[in-house]
Ligand binder design. Structure first.
Ligand SMILES: NC(=O)c1ccc[n+]([C@@H]2O[C@H](COP(=O)([O-])OP(=O)(O)OC[C@H]3O[C@@H](n4cnc5c(N)ncnc54)[C@H](OP(=O)(O)O)[C@@H]3O)[C@@H](O)[C@H]2O)c1
Length: 115
């Protein structure tokens, strides 16, 4: 079993964090390849993609709104994902749908957004 914490930031490049996002995007792709390589050996590779989590890493950001999750809830989600041998998990789960929308915004529109 391999489980690694990537991020929703790796799903699409944004002006506010694209260096971090590029590193996470690389990690997500690496884990995808590793999963494909190890599946026949019976090894699960779990890619964890948290959204906004209230931790020391984000201490400098003003935390307003429903999208901020406590680390304890995300940790529980990680344990569940590992127990179920999930391939990719968004935490909290609503980020799966948020990122589905974000990924499908046409680039001509997305490049003008302030995200
Ligand atoms: N917070 C978010 O909103 C968020 C969202 C998506 C993904 N993530 C990802 O979740 C993971 C955990 O982030 P977090 O929010 O929990 O950040 P955090 O509160 O800053 O914790 C980072 C942890 O990594 C350790 N660490 C940092 N640099 C290290 C190094 N060079 N060698 C060994 N350990 C090191 C720190 O150890 P010390 O405490 O000893 O310094 C700390 O335990 C990261 O991969 C982050 O990218 C976070």
């Amino acid at each position: 079993m391999v489980a690694a914490i990537s991020s929703v930031a790796g799903d699409r490049g944004r002006q506010s964090n694209y260096v971090y996002g590029a590193a996470k995007g690389m990690l997500t792709l690496f884990l995808q390849g590793l999963r494909n390589r190890l599946v026949r050996a019976g090894v699960s590779v779990v890619t964890i993609k948290p959204g906004f989590v209230d931790t020391p890493m984000t201490a400098h950001i003003e935390k307003k709104g429903l999208l901020w999750a406590p680390p304890e809830a995300v940790a529980q989600g990680i344990l569940r994902a590992i127990a179920k041998r999930r391939d990719v998990v968004y935490l909290p789960g609503v980020w799966r749908w948020i990122m589905l929308i974000i990924r499908h915004i046409p680039e001509a529109v997305f490049k003008r957004l302030e995200l």
